[in-house]
Design a protein around this ligand. Structure first.
Ligand SMILES: Cc1cc2nc3c(=O)[nH]c(=O)nc-3n(C[C@H](O)[C@H](O)[C@H](O)COP(=O)(O)O)c2cc1C
Length: 176
């Protein structure tokens, strides 16, 4: 089994990412190559890069190191990813490399702009981002922008994403 971290990118009060992460986790159970676990950036209490030497940084790096791949759950903040996710990405380096990355995003346009930024960032960290991507609309996949009620159609993309993460996860394991 490949250990895949479902990374919750947002940390703000009232965030919807835990609901989306639970949905990813639940639907990933049927893939028999992946063991998914939620990884909540907020639980690590990470300082802003370079401002403090908190124990959370080493714990974060150790968690990323033990995983075989990632599924990033991200909302869109000012046409990009949340600063909390960028900071968490910046706080590790070799730990991310040679592992697959899937992206599950949401926003007024499905978080498409955040996703394109995230693809550039993960490639710099030597992750392999898979093509299949689940883009949810704040207007139609959430009630009142707060209660997650995803349309059925997203499951097809999510399932393909799991398969692509598994395939590249297997391949990349051989070169680490
Ligand atoms: C600081 C901030 C900036 C945002 N900018 C955008 C944006 O540029 N495009 C967009 O589609 N949604 C934007 N939104 C709306 C978010 O996509 C929406 O609030 C989403 O729930 C945020 O994810 P979270 O609940 O996990 O924090 C923004 C939200 C915040 C808090």
């Amino acid at each position: 089994m490949l250990k895949i971290g479902v990374i919750l990118g947002s940390t703000r009060e009232g965030r919807v990412s835990p609901q989306v992460g639970e949905w990813v986790l639940k639907n990933g159970e049927s893939n028999d190559e992946l063991a998914l676990e939620l990884v909540d950036i907020k639980a690590y209490d990470l300082p802003f890069l370079g401002t403090a030497d908190a124990p959370g940084i080493a714990q974060w790096q150790a968690k990323i190191a033990e995983l075989d791949g990632f599924i990033f759950v991200t909302g869109e903040y000012n046409h990009s990813i949340p600063a909390s996710l960028k900071n968490a990405l910046d706080l590790a380096k070799a730990e991310w490399a040679n592992k697959p990355a899937g992206i599950v995003s949401y926003g007024s346009l499905g978080g498409a702009r955040a996703t394109e930024h995230l693809r550039g960032i993960v490639s710099e960290l030597q992750m392999a981002d898979v093509r299949s991507h689940t883009a949810m609309s704040m207007f139609t996949d959430f009630e009142k922008w707060s209660v997650f009620k995803p349309a059925e159609m997203h499951l097809a993309n999510l399932t393909t994403m799991f398969e692509q993460v598994a395939r590249w996860g297997r391949a990349l394991k051989t070169i680490r």
